[in-house]
Ligand binder design. Structure first.
Ligand code: IMP
Length: 190
């Protein structure tokens, strides 16, 4: 079975590819000759995932899935949430995003947060969504060099290390995207 994953983010492609069984051949946007920016203009994580998957299906015709992720911080009423990628500015720089978040949480004792991933799948003419959540805390400093985005400042509940200090396998096992992808895989294996 061939399925297009609507992302240009090589880190995500690597993460997802390591969970998806070999019977499902993942195609990237590059593989199907899609070089345009897929619109992401909704104001919810779920809305953006659905928008991206439906856009791709309508324009290119492939069965496909898209994901959208946000980091929701309790003390900031769920911010940056759907705006996680450009929290620190339009340049979408991970360090700028983390610096702004650490600054906004300075001297804040409640550091609870969660990553939320929604995957929208267009499959055999129907739309399906899968949600994965990983709860944890925002650290006071950056630790580690693995992963991407906010990984250096996020510790999953029960972990002493940030997502940037653990292996990809471990992150997939406990992480938001891994949980959503596992539901996708279960659905496709039925
Ligand atoms: P996207 O919409 O899935 O690309 O995610 C939006 C933003 O959330 C990204 O630009 C990253 O800043 C952040 N993000 C998404 N997934 C992760 C993750 O697994 N770890 C850390 N940050 C992430």
């Amino acid at each position: 079975m061939q399925l297009v994953f609507a992302t240009n983010n090589l880190n995500k492609l690597k993460e997802v590819q390591s969970i998806i069984p070999n019977q499902i051949q993942l195609l990237s946007l590059e593989d199907i000759g899609c070089h345009e920016d897929i619109p992401e203009t909704k104001n919810t994580i779920e809305g953006n995932a659905i928008q991206k998957a439906e856009y791709l299906k309508e324009r290119y015709g492939y069965d496909c899935f898209a994901d959208d992720t946000g980091l929701e911080v309790d003390a900031l009423n769920g911010e940056p949430g759907v705006y996680s990628a450009r929290y620190g500015g339009e340049q979408r720089d991970a360090n700028a995003n983390m610096d702004k978040l650490l600054e906004n949480l300075k001297e804040q004792p409640n550091r609870n947060a969660q990553f939320k991933t929604v995957i929208a799948l267009c499959f055999r003419g129907k739309l399906h969504t899968f949600t994965g959540i990983c709860k944890g805390v925002i650290t006071t400093k950056k630790h580690g060099i693995e992963g991407f985005g906010y990984d250096p400042i996020f510790k999953a509940d029960g972990y002493e290390k940030t997502f940037a200090e653990i292996s990809l396998e471990e992150k997939n096992r406990i992480g938001h995207r891994g949980k959503a992808v596992k539901q996708l895989v279960e659905f496709l294996s039925i």
